[in-house]
Ligand binder design. Sequence first.
Ligand code: NAP
Length: 331
Amino acid sequence: MRYRLLGRTNVRVSAVGLGTWAMGGGFPWGPQDKEDAIAALKAAFEEGITLFDTAPMYGEGVAEQWVGEALSDVRDKIIIATKVSPDQLAPKALKTSCEQSLERLRTEYIDLLQIHWPNPKIPIEGTLQALADLQASHKIRAFGVSNFGKSDLTPCLTKREFAPASNQVAYNLLFRAIEYEIKPFCVRNNISIICYSPLLHGLLTGKFANADEVPPERARTRHFSSSRPHTRHGEAGAEAETFAAIDEIRNIARDLGEPMANVALAWLIAQEGVASVLVGARNASQARRNARAGNLALPPAYAQRLTKATEALKKKLGPNPDLWENPPRIH
Ligand SMILES: NC(=O)c1ccc[n+]([C@@H]2O[C@H](COP(=O)([O-])OP(=O)(O)OC[C@H]3O[C@@H](n4cnc5c(N)ncnc54)[C@H](OP(=O)(O)O)[C@@H]3O)[C@@H](O)[C@H]2O)c1
């Protein structure tokens, strides 16, 4: 496993992190077995994963509770990243949300507290000051943002103590929108990129042969036609380009003799500005297999083939960095 520092902080994270959204169960993932989730968390740690990403929104606190339950005995060896929901960004609400997360996570400090989504209705300066206060009182070691575009990030750079360590965004081989503007901006300003949905909800494992095999509740990103029942974007989608790219990635992985998921994760880990990729896992076997991407370095010619294979899809989906909506909620 490789490890990297976040932004200007001394918070060191594994290049593969474990995401816990699906562990919370409910829409769009369906039921999650608790034993499997606890086993996945423990297996991930055994494989060298130290970054665990969760949120109060995941299963309304259940995912945070399970992280606390599974990993409290190795607390000083892991990095807990959690979030504050967009409706809790007023200073008092944010501090209450942090206290509740600390309790569910069974810990006295959070390594990285992230603003889950921007909320234009709540002045960001107050939110940033509340985060800086939590840092000064050692409740959190660092703070970051998530789903922030260039305009969302700009006010965070007005004071040194407001600068986020990281920006957690949707980024994977099939969704490269942040390459247009957000990634270069983060690189210039030393804000580490943490990638979410690095397998595009499992599509990059190769488990679905075509768009119709994807369960309807998962087929709701801008890749899928707005005729799919759970979409919210009103766009035509890019189903042909998505599955043409998946076929080509599958061929490249076969040539390399590596699992497709690991090839996709290794490509992402190697991108400029990326500190970590947060991969979801529903059981120990998935967690162990995905963790191995942390040791996989792609030969440059293969990395270039992967980039080329997804260029047409990147152009079709364009610079909107919102995976689900148009107009975007990210600015
Ligand atoms: N900040 C945000 O707004 C935001 C948004 C989304 C996600 N996130 C974070 O990013 C994390 C990961 O994103 P994600 O959960 O959306 O998607 P993902 O990592 O792209 O896909 C994860 C899903 O793919 C399947 N999978 C994983 N490894 C597999 C393997 N080796 N073989 C076969 N199937 C495999 C599993 O579901 P099945 O077994 O059910 O197929 C798993 O739940 C989340 O858990 C969360 O922490 C953050």
